[in-house]
Ligand binder design. Structure first.
Ligand SMILES: [Zn+2]
Length: 309
């Protein structure tokens, strides 16, 4: 069975202000990297545009309609300090949700073993009624709810190794015992949430904060002791990865010193759990990663691990 790569050119047409780290070149470098012959066996498809019914699995219709109304015809509109919309942003965000939900469709139907969504903007900071931190719609959260609603998945695990805490995913599932959210992230760092004491109403939120300067050993130790046993014990029907690559040592927005092979290692560990618990089903969604060389090498490492199984 194959690994599916989902992209869409709309990801290049979400524009941000000059100097903004979350920029179209991120997707250009990821797509260029995945053109290499090492990735010749990837199945490839363009993301469909998500119906609003999918977006509203996690975001109230009023919030979605307000973003649609805010979408500019020309120029940039500031939604909050870090988050702006250009004329192409809404389409990019809807294709991002479409990529994540299509990945769920293909993996849950057994047409692909696993999938990687190489889209932007990212999603894990988007709360149910708040766009923030470069994010509009929470693709990983929507993917989890879609797997439950459309395919009867009883338990879905979302593992987030982006260097920032996924406050949005945590907020959306805070009261929901059917979704496990587990995150490693630098703390203190934007957005400020993610203390180990934040566990959710049902103990299904798992936060394993790292400190500035931590590297591979500390990350792997946190992953093996705090994250993996909880994911395994949860017995998920689907594993979703919020795959940010900004914990790489080169990244300009944070101070964790991972190398690209750490992402392959973490991928393999999660795939082993998915093999035992979820018939191998893994859906991975690009989140952050702002140094282009680190993003390229880390994505390659992660996707090769998905392909190797
Ligand atoms: Zn991040």
């Amino acid at each position: 069975m194959t690994t599916l790569l989902i992209t869409h050119p709309a990801s290049l047409r979400h524009l941000t202000p000059p100097g903004h780290p979350e920029r179209p070149d991120r997707i250009r470098v990821v797509e260029q990297t995945l053109e290499d012959e090492r990735f010749a066996h990837l199945a490839r498809v363009e993301a469909p545009r998500a119906d609003l019914d999918l977006v509203t699995l996690c975001h109230p219709r009023q919030f979605v309609e307000a973003l649609i109304a805010a979408s500019p015809v020309t120029g940039l509109v500031e939604i909050e300090a870090d988050t702006t919309m250009s004329p192409g942003s809404l389409e990019a965000a809807l294709r991002g949700v479409g990529a994540a939900t299509h990945a769920v469709d293909e993996v849950m139907q057994g047409k692909a073993r696993n999938a990687f969504c190489a889209t932007r903007p990212p999603g894990h900071h988007a709360e149910s009624v708040k766009a923030m931190g470069f994010c509009f719609f929470n693709q990983a959260a929507i993917a989890a709810r879609h797997a439950q609603k459309a395919y009867g998945a009883e338990r879905v695990a979302i593992i987030d190794w982006d260097v920032h805490h996924g406050n949005g995913t945590q907020e959306i599932f805070w009261n929901d015992p059917s979704v496990l959210y587990a995150s490693t992230h630098e703390m203190p760092l934007y957005p400020g949430t993610g203390a180990a004491s934040e566990r959710g109403e049902h103990g299904t939120i798992v936060n394993a904060p790292l400190r500035a300067g931590d590297g591979s050993d500390t990350f792997r130790d946190a992953f093996e002791t705090a994250v993996l046993p909880r994911v395994d014990a949860f017995q998920p029907d689907l594993v979703i990865i919020s795959a940010g690559f900004d914990a790489h040592w080169r990244d300009p927005l944070a101070n964790i010193n991972l190398v690209e092979s750490d992402f392959a290692w973490a991928t393999q560990k999660l795939m082993a759990i998915a093999d035992r618990r979820a018939e191998g089903r893994v859906v991975s969604i690009l989140e952050g990663g702002y140094d282009l060389e680190a993003l390229s090498k880390s994505t390659a490492s992660h996707v090769l691990a998905l392909m190797r199984g």
